[in-house]
Write a protein that binds this ligand. Structure first.
Ligand code: AMP
Length: 209
């Protein structure tokens, strides 16, 4: 199965992508994770992406299209995939469509997770990521320092500061939201309410695939 997951930052895309790709046995590709890892390594891609990611803007399309093309042409993409964070604007969606046509692949479904902006600002203010197992938790007390799964140190993403979150939401509304209509018109959109526990959201999605 070939899937894309859409949703505002903090809607739970990464968490759901992890669970669904596990259940379906397909690779999960997150352009945000790839870019953060390139930034950490200080690679050529990372150096170019850093200031965009840290200020909540989209990195140039050319850079993300190169990353995606490498993946689509790799053996890993053959048994299907779940893309998280890509495409992020109309130009990427159209280029992606052409890329798939060239390889004879068809996108089966696009999942859109809906959560309102105020809930997102609340969630991201409390989001913590384990530096060791990458587990994501929502720290309601804002005092936790240790991961409850593995004992690793909890970190905040540098772009989860409120002013950057507001910028990311603005970019999402302007650049990414039009993709919901684009995929609805193509008849492959699945819309899901993102409220409740991660397990409840996963079940809602699985029922609709
Ligand atoms: P995410 O982890 O999906 O929230 O992405 C974090 C950041 O990475 C975004 O705010 C962008 O700066 C960058 N990014 C991720 N995916 C893309 C993409 N498809 N196009 C442009 N920038 C992206």
């Amino acid at each position: 199965m070939r899937l894309v997951i859409l949703g505002a930052p903090g809607a739970g895309k990464g968490t759901q992508a992890e669970k669904i790709s596990d259940r379906l046995g397909i690779p999960h590709v997150s352009t945000g994770d790839i870019l953060r890892s390139e930034i950490k390594k200080g690679s050529k891609y990372g150096l170019e992406a850093k200031e965009y990611v840290e200020s909540g803007r989209l990195v140039p399309d050319r850079l993300v299209m190169d990353i995606m093309e490498d993946f689509i042409l790799s053996d890993a993409a053959e048994k299907g995939f779940l893309l998280d964070g890509f495409p992020r604007n109309m130009a990427q969606a159209e280029d992606f469509h052409k890329m798939l046509e060239k390889t004879g692949m068809v996108l089966d479904r696009v999942i859109n997770i809906r959560v309102d902006h105020e809930e997102i600002i609340r969630r991201l203010g409390r989001r913590r990521i384990c530096s060791s197992c990458r587990n994501i938790s929502i720290d309601e007390t804002k005092t936790e320092e240790i991961c409850s799964s593995c004992g690793g140190r909890l970190e905040r993403r540098s772009d989860d500061r409120e002013e950057v979150v507001r910028k990311r939401l603005e970019v999402y509304d302007r650049e990414t939201l039009p993709l919901v209509e684009y995929y609805r018109d193509r008849g492959i959109l699945v819309e899901v309410d993102g409220s409740g526990t991660p397990e409840e959201v996963t079940e809602r999605i699985m029922k609709r695939l």
